[in-house]
Design a protein around this ligand. Structure first.
Ligand code: ADP
Ligand code: MG
Length: 384
C-alpha cells in the first residue's frame, strides 16, 4: 500500500509555513515542440488550477475529471506550471523567497529534475531572450542589495561546477578534476573558481560560457551530455551590527542545480559500450534516490557519501537549508513513462523534512567603546 503518513498537512501552503520544514515541490510542463507536433504526438498531461497534474495516455480534451479515479495518474504539488508559464513567474513562485532568505545569511537550493529534453536547462539557465532561474535570481539579488542601506558592503561570489562521470569539474575555468573536501562550511571542491560578480550583465554571458563548458556527448558534439549535472553556487557575504552591537559576518549560499537526465537512473544497461560512464551517472542519480528514500523514511544514516553529487548536495537535502525542487516534464505521449517516473519522484520528495534553516553568522569584533565602534565602521567603509 502507498505510504500516506507524511502527506503535507494543509491543502494550501501559506507564505509563513513555506520554507520552514519541508522541501517545496513544483512541476513545470514544457510546450510541445514543433517537431513533436509535426510527428503527430499527442499531449498526455493536463494541469488544473495550477496545482493538479493529471497524466493520461488518452488525453481527450475534457475527460481529465474521469482520470481522478485512475490511481497513480493524479498528483498535486505546491504549484504546477502549465506550458504557458513565463520564466519570471516560475522564478517568482519557486525561488524569490529563497533569495530573500539567502540575503539574510541562510542557505537555499533549487534543483531541477526530469528526463532529458523535459526543460531543466531551459528552466535553470534559459536563453538570452528568456533568461531562467539562475539569471533571474542573480538579477533579483543585485536589485535587493542595491536597495539596502548597507549597500557596498555585500560581496557576491559565483562558482559553477559540473559532476560528470563521478568527477567534479570547474565550469568557469575548465581543467583538471577537482577534489572534494570537508571544511567548516560543509563539503567544498578544492580550488574551485570563486568569481566575484559586480553586476547582472556580466553574469548571463559567464553562465552561457560555463554551460558551453559542460561535457558533450562524443557522438553529438553540440549537445550537452544528458549525464552531466551542473551546480551554480552564489555566495553572499556582508557585515552588519547585531542587536548587541557586535559586528558580525553573514554568509548566505544559494545553490542552483541542473541535474542530469533522470532516465539514466532507470535505464541501466550495463552491457552497453559506455557501461562505465552509464554506471557512474547512475551512481549519482541512484545515490540521490537512496538519499531521498532514506530522508523520507526518517533513517538515521543518509548515504551521502555514495556519490559526488550527493556529497555536494548534502547541505541542500538534509541540512539546515531551504530547498525547492522543480520537476520538469514533457507533454508528449512518447515520454509517458518518463513523465510518470518524474512525477512519482517529485511526489515522494514532498515528504522530505528539512532542519530549521539558521542564519550563518560569525562575530568578528565586539566593540568596547563608542570610539572603537566608530573606528570599526570606518574600517568597514574603507574595505569596501
Ligand atoms: P533538458 O535540459 O531537460 O534536457 P532543455 O531545457 O534543453 O531540456 O529543453 C529541451 C528543449 O525544449 C529545448 O530546445 C528548450 O529550449 C525547449 N524548452 C524547454 N522548456 C521550454 C519552455 N518552458 N518554453 C519553451 N521552450 C522550452
Ligand atoms: Mg539540459
Amino acid at each position: 500500500a502507498e505510504g500516506t503518513k507524511n502527506v503535507p498537512e494543509s491543502e494550501t501552503t501559506s507564505a509563513s509555513e513555506k520554507h520552514t520544514s519541508r522541501i517545496l515541490v513544483f512541476v513545470r510542463l514544457r510546450p510541445m515542440a514543433k517537431k513533436e507536433k509535426e510527428a503527430g504526438s499527442r499531449c498526455c498531461v493536463r494541469i488544473v488550477n495550477r496545482r493538479d497534474v493529471y497524466l493520461t495516455e488518452f488525453a481527450n480534451e475534457n475527460d481529465y475529471l474521469r482520470l481522478k479515479r485512475l490511481r497513480g495518474r493524479h498528483f498535486t504539488f505546491d504549484a504546477s506550471f502549465p506550458d504557458t508559464t513565463s520564466q519570471q513567474e516560475v522564478y517568482s513562485t519557486t525561488t524569490a523567497e529563497l533569495v530573500e532568505a539567502v540575503l539574510q545569511g541562510r542557505n537555499g537550493s533549487v534543483f531541477c529534475y526530469g528526463a532529458t529534453g523535459a526543460g531543466k536547462t531551459y528552466t535553470m539557465l534559459g536563453t538570452l531572450e528568456n533568461p531562467g532561474v539562475m539569471v533571474l535570481a542573480i538579477k533579483d539579488l543585485f536589485n535587493k542589495i542595491r536597495k539596502r542601506s548597507c549597500d557596498g558592503n555585500h560581496v557576491v561570489h559565483l562558482s559553477y561546477l559540473e559532476v560528470y562521470n563521478e568527477s567534479v569539474r570547474d565550469l568557469l575555468s575548465p581543467g583538471r578534476p577537482l577534489v572534494l573536501r570537508e571544511d567548516k562550511q560543509g563539503i567544498v571542491a578544492a580550488g574551485l573558481t570563486q568569481y566575484r560578480a559586480y553586476s547582472t550583465d556580466e553574469v548571463m554571458a559567464l553562465l552561457q560560457q560555463g554551460n558551453q563548458n559542460r561535457t558533450t556527448e562524443p557522438t553529438r558534439a553540440n549537445e550537452t551530455s544528458s549525464r552531466s549535472h551542473a551546480i551554480l553556487q552564489v555566495v553572499i557575504e556582508y557585515r552588519v551590527k547585531d542587536a548587541s552591537m557586535n559586528v558580525v559576518n553573514r554568509i548566505g549560499k544559494l545553490s542552483l542545480i541542473d541535474l542530469a537526465g533522470s532516465e539514466r537512473a532507470l535505464a541501466t544497461d550495463q552491457r552497453t559500450v559506455r557501461s562505465l560512464e552509464g554506471a557512474n551517472i547512475n551512481r549519482s542519480l541512484l545515490a540521490l534516490s537512496s538519499c531521498i528514500n532514506a530522508l523520507v523514511e526518517g533513517k538515521k544514516h543518509i548515504p551521502y557519501r555514495n556519490s559526488k553529487l550527493t556529497q555536494l548536495l548534502k547541505d541542500s537535502l538534509g541540512g539546515a537549508c531551504n530547498t525547492v525542487m522543480i520537476a520538469n516534464i514533457s507533454p508528449c505521449n512518447l515520454s509517458f513513462g518518463e513523465t510518470q517516473n518524474t512525477l512519482h519522484w517529485a511526489d515522494r520528495a514532498k515528504e522530505i523534512r528539512t532542519k530549521a534553516c539558521e542564519v550563518n553568522e560569525e562575530v568578528l569584533q565586539v566593540p568596547e567603546s563608542d570610539t572603537d565602534q566608530a573606528k570599526l565602521l570606518l574600517e568597514l567603509q574603507k574595505e569596501n
